[in-house]
Design a binder for this molecule. Structure first.
Ligand code: SAH
Length: 435
């Protein structure tokens, strides 16, 4: 059973967020039937032949005119799926603590860039920044900036509203790397970009929650003739219907993306995730910082995980393209392989383990102690259960981190005695938080 499907159990109840959140749920802006995206895809296939699953996913999700992410606000009770930061404020708060702890472990650099990939409705960033403002004495003297990588103009508006209220404006031309900028209520600058390559260099903490699962995957099937790529074609029997077919001969992707010793009969590979990990790795190794990636996924063991979600229910992936979310489990084994030796990698560990190590139980008790309002207490307890329960999101969701090797090195004290200094604190979440 899929975690997103499961979330529908949860949304059946009433939604009362603690007042620390600023939420509005704008009406959905779906294209009425998805016909336009289907027409776009069928004419593409008619002119160039079957397309890869990766091209299908990319077009459906991020086509600049018709893409699902481009014009939808799909998150929340009235959308297609709901995520941990939307379910529990504690989730984002603990990630805020994680950021502060990594920043301290790096020697409190003056400039701190918090970079989020795919920020959705901006709830995670908002909860992180609330922690930053509560810990302002710890962060005093540092200069914090917020950088959001978001492909969706629609969602960037929602994020701007969540994080800056009316304090934001868009760029003059389409060619500027920063397409929106604003200022939070505590005076922190926020910038929006279309891609990671546009984010300025410098010490950065990169966060990606339920982002990698939205990146396009190629799908491959082992056959008696060797590996073949699964493609998307028009069904010759039914007009305007799509179907999967096997490429008759090897494609560039099937010749280059598979491991020689691959044991599975069906494999999904996300080269875009590989490119991003390479970029993150280069930046962390050069400028310092860390990456924290949280998503549902596996360690190179699963096979067919490509799914669609619409209205919190599973949706056939080739039906009514553009009207439903498409997603595939993240292969953390692949991410770790791409990161290689240039940085140190941690995890994947389960969400339950990570949040426990971050002190979720203590945080929950503090919030409950300070809250007399029964519906809010109920909401806090229910949110805790959904994000922690192994039957819900506690086990399927995993955390994975990249840090520079220098972050883990024991400094030597004094040049003559060559005495070892104190060991650096462990990376929080993967060990117990030690602030
Ligand atoms: N992190 C949020 C939202 C997850 S949904 C949360 O957990 O609630 C995925 C997010 O990634 C959306 O904001 C979507 O618009 C964005 N996104 C998807 N593909 C993208 C791409 N290729 N580049 C940038 N953003 C992308």
């Amino acid at each position: 059973m899929d975690c997103r499907g499961e979330k529908k159990l949860f949304v059946a109840g009433t939604w009362n967020f603690p007042q620390t959140r600023l939420h509005s749920t704008p009406a959905q802006q779906r294209p009425p039937t998805g016909i336009s995206m289907l027409k776009h895809l069928t004419s593409k296939i008619k002119s160039t032949g079957p397309i890869s699953v990766a091209e299908y996913m990319r077009e459906v999700l991020t086509n600049p005119v018709l893409g699902y992410y481009v014009h939808n606000d799909m998150l929340g009770a009235e959308g297609d799926f709901i995520t941990s930061p939307e379910i529990s404020q504690i989730f984002g708060e603990l990630l805020g603590i994680w950021c502060v702890s990594e920043w301290m472990a790096a020697g409190k650099p003056k400039n701190l860039q918090v970079v989020e990939l795919g920020p959705g409705r901006g709830s995670l960033a908002s909860d992180i920044l609330r922690v930053f403002s509560q810990l302002s004495s710890v962060l005093a003297g540092s200069s914090v900036t917020v950088h959001l990588v978001e492909v969706s103009p629609r969602l960037s508006e929602v994020q701007a509203q969540t994080l800056t209220g009316d304090q934001h404006q868009t760029a003059g031309t389409e060619n500027e790397p920063v397409y929106r900028r604003g200022t939070t209520s505590t005076g922190l600058p926020v910038f929006w970009y279309r891609g990671l390559e546009d984010v300025p260099k410098g010490f950065s903490l990169f966060l990606a929650h339920e982002f990698f699962d939205a990146l396009p995957i190629h799908k491959f099937q082992r056959t008696e003739q060797g590996w073949r790529e699964i493609m998307v074609d028009i069904d010759p029997q039914v007009d305007e219907k799509l179907r999967f077919v096997l490429a008759p001969t090897p494609t560039l992707a099937s010749s280059t993306l598979l491991q020689v010793d691959e044991q599975r009969a069906h494999v999904e590979v996300c080269p875009e995730a590989g490119v991003l990990i390479q970029r993150l790795t280069d930046r962390i190794a050069r400028d310092g910082g860390a990456s924290l990636i949280a998503d549902y996924g596996h360690d190179g063991t699963k096979t067919d995980t490509f799914r669609g979600f619409r209205g919190h229910n599973l949706h056939e992936v080739l039906a009514a393209p553009g009207t439903a979310d498409l997603t595939a489990d993240v292969d953390f084994g692949y991410l770790r392989r791409i990161a290689g030796e240039q940085v140190a990698s941690f995890g994947p560990v389960t969400q339950q383990q990570f949040l426990k190590n971050m002190g979720i139980d203590v945080r929950l008790q503090v919030l409950l102690r300070n809250c007399a309002d029964a519906p809010t207490r109920e909401q806090l307890l229910r949110g805790y259960d959904v994000v922690m329960n192994p039957e819900k999101m506690g086990e399927r969701f995993k955390f994975f981190a990249l840090v520079p090797h220098s972050r883990l090195a024991v400094p030597s004290q004094g040049t003559i005695a060559k005495k070892k200094g104190p060991a650096p604190p462990p990376v929080a979440g993967f060990s117990q938080l030690a602030l």
